[in-house]
Design a protein around this ligand. Structure first.
Ligand code: LLP
Length: 464
């Protein structure tokens, strides 16, 4: 992953990166079920459908670009996580991946809890009727106003991220005559990304309180000494898009080590640990994510084993998957515009969206897949780069993609696995209008977040 990006994007002039797959799939018409949401198929006419509805019809009714979210898949993933962890554990969906009131209602109906990390997410959660006690409030720089609202609403837990906040939350709780359940977020010295994890000195970042140097132990001491706080557990989140469970193993071991120290020093066994989110999903055919059941088993085995050897009662475990629930459930539908073959290099395919609806490629070098979905094609494969319509050469949606050589303006192409961190990180760059999110289920499609309009843009611009 690039750490210092070129101003126009981390990589933008090269052909295929080293080690990248260089061959197209055998049949470009196949919509790999590993990458596409569960109800996506290609029908006999060659048109892709989701929830039984043809994408051509969806484009006519809702326009492009647009995100289509497969409600049945979203609900099934919620249930799979809840069932995998069982009644003895808690699953908190991480709202930062994508949040809307409809999604909050689905979560509520499927029995999940919700992790929010801003006043805006808290407002959305409460407005959609999520019971406050099922909400966890996160953030490394919560404002006094956000803390006050979270405590007043009665959120189930506030995850304390700094020494300052321990005092702020305690004061807010006292002022409101409450005792606020809290967890302390610790940094365990593990940073994990995708295929590897690094268990060395990764305290050099803004989140949490370091285990190293006894800082977390000091935070626990202070929290236990304040009337307004009920310390219920320790929280650790080690990264995102992780496939390797080894990072979680180290993290769990270190958190349980802290629980043992707390028992030894204070005579209390904290009842909960939260191991955060971060489980990876398949963006391309090369990715192999784990099933929730395997993840749940691996995590609970590690925690149980570590607790047994420390002579602790096993705490209640919670997790906070965001991407793993919503990521695979949506695709972005675009219309093809300009097509520019660059002799000896590749063909640039421009779509009607871009970095304003998916910043992940430019920001993280993220890889995506793409397919022609408005028709079947048996033309040979051509190497393309799918780019947006923004005034920036780093405006890339899919860096390296094979599409049929007869691709033409007006065709619809879709990028799968865009449910997480695409609409939630969308921008108005170049005064783009952020696309709608359309929920598709049971043969029906409905807008759950509407498309922005030029009126919306002018409404924010006071014009003076
Ligand atoms: N819990 C905490 C405390 C977190 O900070 C995060 C994500 C999650 C849970 C959910 O992680 P997930 O299961 O979704 O990986 N914008 C980046 C990802 C940032 C993740 C930030 N924290 C991306 O597009 O890849």
């Amino acid at each position: 992953m690039s750490r210092s990006a070129h101003p126009a994007g981390p990589r933008h002039g090269d052909v295929l990166p080293e080690g990248h797959y260089t061959a197209p799939a055998d049949d470009l018409n196949v919509l790999d079920e590993k990458i596409w949401s569960r109800t996506v198929r290609r029908n006999e006419a060659g048109v892709a459908t989701v929830g039984g509805i043809e994408v051509t019809r969806l484009a006519e009714e809702f326009g492009t670009p647009a995100y289509f979210l497969d409600e049945a898949d979203f609900r099934a993933r919620c249930r799979a996580w809840a069932d995998a962890f069982g009644p003895g554990a808690d699953v908190f969906y991480a709202g930062k991946a994508f949040l809307s009131r409809a999604v909050v209602r689905w979560l509520h109906e499927e029995g999940l809890n919700l992790d929010v990390c801003s006043g805006g997410e808290l407002t959305t959660a409460l407005a959609a009727g999520m019971p406050a006690e099922r909400i966890a409030f996160h953030g490394n720089n919560k404002s006094a106003g956000e803390i006050e609202r979270a405590v007043a609403a009665g959120v189930g837990r506030i995850v304390l991220d700094s020494f300052q906040e321990i005092v702020q939350v305690a004061h807010a709780a006292r002022r409101l005559g409450k005792r606020q359940p809290v967890q302390i977020r610790v940094t365990v010295g593990v940073e994990a990304h995708t295929h590897e994890f690094i268990a060395t000195a990764h305290e050099d970042q803004k989140f949490g309180i370091a285990l190293a140097g006894g800082q977390a132990a000091e935070a626990v001491r202070r929290a236990l000494g304040l009337d307004g706080l009920e310390l219920i557990g320790i929280h650790s989140h080690i990264g995102s898009q992780i496939f390797d469970m080894a990072g979680f193993e180290v993290s769990a071991r270190r958190v349980v080590g802290l629980l043992a120290d707390i028992r030894d020093e204070h005579g209390v066994e904290l009842p909960e640990i939260d191991l955060g989110g971060g489980l990876g999903i398949a963006y391309t055919a090369q990715d192999t994510p784990r099933e929730p059941y395997d993840i749940a088993k691996a995590l609970s085995d590690i925690v149980t084993r570590e607790c047994e050897s420390a002579g602790l009662r096993t705490p209640r475990i919670s997790v906070e998957p965001g991407r793993a629930i919503v990521g695979p459930t949506a695709f972005t539908l675009y219309e093809v515009g300009t097509i520019k073959p660059l002799e000896g290099l590749r063909t640039y395919v421009s779509v009607d969206g871009g970095m304003s609806d998916n910043i992940r490629t430019a920001l993280y070098d993220a890889e995506y897949s793409v397919a022609l979905v408005s028709r079947r094609s048996d033309a040979e494969a051509m190497l393309t780069r799918v780019v947006g319509k923004h005034c920036e050469s780093g405006d890339i949606v899919v860096r390296d993609a094979f599409l049929p050589a007869d691709l033409a303006p007006g065709d619809l192409i879709a990028v799968p696995a865009t449910g997480a961190y695409c609409r939630s990180m969308a921008s108005n760059y170049n005064h783009a209008l952020r696309p709608p999110v359309v929920a598709v289920g049971d043969g029906e499609a409905r807008v759950i977040v509407r498309r922005e309009t030029e009126e919306d843009l002018l409404r924010l611009d006071v014009g003076e």
